[in-house]
Design a protein around this ligand. Structure first.
Ligand code: F6P
Length: 534
């Protein structure tokens, strides 16, 4: 049955008609306890969802829809290792990477737990050797520059987490990232580095992504230009991949390869071998703390009743705005500079997962699916794009993420940062009326310009402090939110066919450029090719 034909959907449509004109000002006025009633915490993460445009009836109706969409069996199927990524015939088991359970978990007739454990141990020995300077480069010097070459999920997770946990990092290690096929990225990331002290981590699930392979080849040439001996590759290159043959063909010794498996999606891979750069930066103990944080949220998601389930609540609120209010975007606004790449990470997580327009059975949907996800850290965003959120014409639900205890206690910074976070969610919810402005003596011709209509929904997420453990919980929260929404929308959140066409066309166009031909197949591409070739 098409989602929009479900009686639960129709019920929500009717309910929306009764809620759409209610203002958060009135919802708070009629329920003085609202701020604490609509709140939930899971270990280190506190969620206040009171500033959402919901009544006491809304979430129960959304929960009924979720049950009708078989959310609970779907969740069990994912954790059990069923091949829920049907278009690629794969299980989806990133949760197994951070599970401390030793109960067998069978994929294709094999218990996957021992291999996960062995790989983690291999990563631990290697990361320890790099950190303590016993892994030496070709000239006998320790490797203090670590460059991760990867793109998409093989880049964004390590970048985001190493930035988030910078305070936990070993500071004499320089970490760099090369993702873009643009040479500028490679040149700037390696500028001034001594090849004799540089380790390249080639991170690619498929080991065939053109950007990564091109950068890896350039890295090889860059190293050999100084070292002049193929044998040095073994000391300066490691690979993170599922493809042993391709890694070997590139010239990397399989002994220097850290494996993961086809049941780990690229955008869900930072707790697999893809996290090697993270482990080198923060150390194996902190990496295990990160995994433990993930596991806490995984277990909460797996076992908590839907009504008390944080990822489920956040997901259903997202459905409420996307599908009933017609919101097209969602902002993630971290009030912690260390989390500055968190929105970018979940831009891929969300948009590659749920940017789909056919159901699992291949039928076109007649409702909105994944929203456009974006964001920047507060308070920078306040001086850039918040104007539009406050007074523009779009409805933009936003998540505000703060930390209660700061990492760097410096003067009044943290109190002021927190004051800004709370002030913004208050202003967005309650606004400022024309009457209030007039009473304050604002000139009549300016009243409409200075009015804030308010009623902008926000979630406030507070971490007790930013630690590997709390970060793991926060990431898993958003991962499971994406999963829940995919189930409601009946789409496959774990494939990404939409990236393929551009790759194929780029290969053709590259051939044209390389052979100085300008046959673009359409007049615009042909003309643009001429601009380059002339
Ligand atoms: O953009 C498509 C994609 O397949 C992503 O899903 C993935 O994270 C990225 O490319 C990199 O893929 P790989 O790790 O195979 O190089």
């Amino acid at each position: 049955m098409q989602l929009t034909d479900r009686p639960e959907w129709q019920d929500l449509r009717n309910h929306f008609e009764t809620v759409k004109n209610l203002h958060l000002r009135d919802l708070f006025a009629t329920d003085p306890e609202r701020g604490s009633v609509y709140a939930i915490s899971v270990t280190d993460v506190y969620l206040d969802y009171s500033k959402n445009r919901i009544t006491a009836d809304t979430l129960p109706k959304l929960m009924t829809l979720a049950r009708a969409c078989n959310l609970e069996p779907a969740r069990d199927a994912m954790f059990r290792g069923d091949k829920i990524n049907t278009t690629e015939n794969r299980a989806v088991l990133h949760t197994a990477l951070r599970s401390s359970s030793s109960d067998p978990l069978i994929v294709d007739g094999q218990d996957i737990r021992p291999a996960i454990k062995a790989e983690l141990e291999k990563m631990t020995s290697f990361a320890t050797a790099v950190r303590d300077g016993t892994w030496l480069g070709y000239s006998g010097k320790p490797l203090k520059n670590i460059i991760n070459i990867g793109i998409g999920g093989s880049d964004l997770g390590p970048v985001m987490v190493t930035e988030a946990l910078k305070a936990y990092s070993q500071h004499d290690i320089h970490l760099g990232f090369v993702s873009n096929i643009d040479a500028n990225n490679f040149v700037e990331a390696t500028r001034g580095l001594d090849p004799a002290e540089t380790l390249f981590i080639i991170a690619s699930k498929t080991f065939s992504t053109d950007e990564t392979m091109t950068n890896a080849q350039t890295a090889r040439d860059w190293l050999l230009a100084t070292a002049n001996d193929e044998a040095v590759i073994a000391k300066h290159f490691v690979a993170l991949s599922t493809q042993t043959d391709k890694v070997t063909a590139f010239g990397i010794d399989p002994a220097n390869m850290f494996s993961f498996w086809d049941w780990v999606g690229g955008r869900y891979s930072l707790t697999s071998a893809i996290g090697l750069s993270i482990m080198i930066a923060i150390g194996p103990d902190n990496f295990k703390e990160l995994l433990a944080g993930f596991e806490t949220m995984d277990e909460h998601f797996r076992t908590a009743p839907l009504e008390e389930n944080m990822p489920v609540i956040m997901a259903l609120l997202g459905v409420w705005y996307s599908n009933f209010f017609g919101a097209e975007t969602e902002a993630i606004l971290p009030y912690d500079q260390y989390l500055h790449r968190f929105p970018a990470y979940f831009q891929q997580g969300n948009m590659e997962s749920n940017g789909k327009s056919v159901t699992k059975a291949g039928a076109a949907v007649n409702y909105s699916t994944g929203p456009i996800v974006w964001g920047e850290p507060g308070t920078n965003g306040q001086h850039a794009f918040y104007q539009l959120i406050h007074q523009g014409t779009h409805l933009i639900p936003a998540d505000f993420i703060g930390t209660i205890k700061p990492i760097n206690k410096l003067g009044e910074h943290h109190r002021k940062l927190t004051a800004n976070l709370l002030a913004q969610t208050k202003a967005l919810a309650f606004g400022k009326t024309a009457n209030e402005l007039t009473a304050e003596g604002v000139a009549p011709e300016l009243v409409s310009h200075k009015t804030f209509r308010g009623n902008h929904p926000t979630n406030t997420l507070l971490l007790s402090s930013l630690t590997p453990r709390s970060l793991g919980q926060l990431i898993a929260l958003y991962e499971h939110k994406i999963f829940v929404q995919g189930i409601i929308w009946d789409i496959n959140s774990f494939d990404q066919w939409g990236v393929e066409l551009g790759k194929v066309l780029a290969t053709d166009i590259y051939q044209q450029l390389a052979s100085s031909q300008a046959e673009g197949g359409d007049s615009s591409t042909t003309n643009l090719l001429r601009q380059f070739l002339d």
